[in-house]
Design a protein around this ligand. Structure first.
Ligand SMILES: [Zn+2]
Length: 324
């Protein structure tokens, strides 16, 4: 319903109250749709929600400044086009076209809780930036049926260090095998991401793996066991034991390992992204279901075992030498 244009009344107190009441009543009647709230990025409809809320103070306020929001939204829109184009060039959309719905299913209930008046069609992507979030998330919401919901810590968004390409990879191609899901997301962020983001920032996954294994007696490359990492299912965090050290609190090393290994699979001439795609689609994310895939699938796709591929990857990292 288009609001009726009315001539502006002179600004007296009484008329101001009347005008305010009119605005409130027409807002309630019109109910802003997602189209009104969001914006179009490429052919995706995106809604940004920056609402921070303090219950003790009963106060609602933005999680990042208006100026930061504008920069963040520009980055976000650019990255959607960037990531979609990259996957399109690799034929991932075409290959998945049978299973890939045109619109993503994005979170009715959660969204309604956060925006009482929201009643329009759901956005493709809902970006929630909040001070309470410690990590970016979109794969875990997808597991709970809220695909398209993307959560970012405000402190990252404020300095344009949101892992946007990483999280978009989860939204576009969620996976039930957490090593493959995070490996691809870390790889895409590092390879084509337009901003620096967790966990690699200005390094590559390979450099991170080199940095914490090179010359280390505690975490030598030989102590990494990809077969264990390959058994982690979404939404369990991608933890890993390397020698005596268990990485659960800070998932950075397992993320770097997964990203580096996926990069090896994609970029090695004799392997390549088409074979990786064949492996990847064997463990699609089904909400509320767990499936790491069988260990045999590696041999079925690649003709060799995961252990064989792991040996090749470790050789590559070793050949890079220790960082200066
Ligand atoms: Zn992730």
């Amino acid at each position: 319903v288009k609001p009726v244009q009315r001539p502006q009344p002179p600004w007296t107190a009484g008329r101001a109250v009347a005008a305010l009441l009119l605005i409130l009543s027409s807002a309630a009647a019109a109910r802003p749709s997602a189209q009104d709230l969001g914006q179009q990025c490429g052919h995706r409809h995106v809604v940004f929600d920056y609402t921070d809320h303090n219950q003790n103070e009963n106060a609602t306020y933005p999680s990042i400044s208006y100026q930061q929001q504008k920069i963040y939204e520009k980055s976000f829109c650019d990255e959607i086009v960037n990531v979609e184009t990259w996957f399109a060039q690799k034929n991932w959309w075409t290959l998945l076209s049978d299973e890939q719905p045109e619109r993503f299913v994005a979170l009715p209930e959660t969204y309604l809780v956060r925006r009482g008046s929201f009643d329009g069609p759901y956005p493709d992507v809902l970006v929630v930036t909040n001070t309470d979030y410690q990590l970016s998330e979109s794969l875990v919401p997808a597991f709970y049926g809220h695909r398209g919901r993307m959560q970012f810590p405000a402190r990252r968004a404020a300095v344009n260090e949101g892992a946007i390409a990483h999280e978009l990879t989860h939204v576009f191609f969620p996976n039930s095998n957490r090593m493959l899901a995070e490996g691809l997301a870390v790889y895409v962020q590092s390879k084509i991401g337009k901003n620096l983001a967790y966990p690699t920032f200005d390094q590559t996954p390979d450099q991170l793996v080199q940095a914490f294994t090179c010359g280390s007696k505690k975490t030598p490359l030989s102590a990494i066991n990809l077969a264990a990492l390959d058994q982690v299912t979404t939404p369990t965090p991608l933890g890993l034991r390397i020698g005596p050290l268990v990485y659960e609190a800070d998932p950075s090393p397992p993320y770097a390992i997964a990203g580096s290994f996926v990069g090896y699979l994609i970029e090695t001439d004799t392997l390549g992204i088409d074979l990786f795609h064949q492996l990847y689609v064997r463990t699609p994310l089904v909400p509320l279901e767990r499936d790491a895939g069988s260990p045999e699938r590696w041999r079925e796709v690649y003709g060799v075992s995961l252990a064989d591929l792991e040996t090749g990857w470790k050789r590559k990292i070793t050949n890079l030498g220790c960082p200066p």
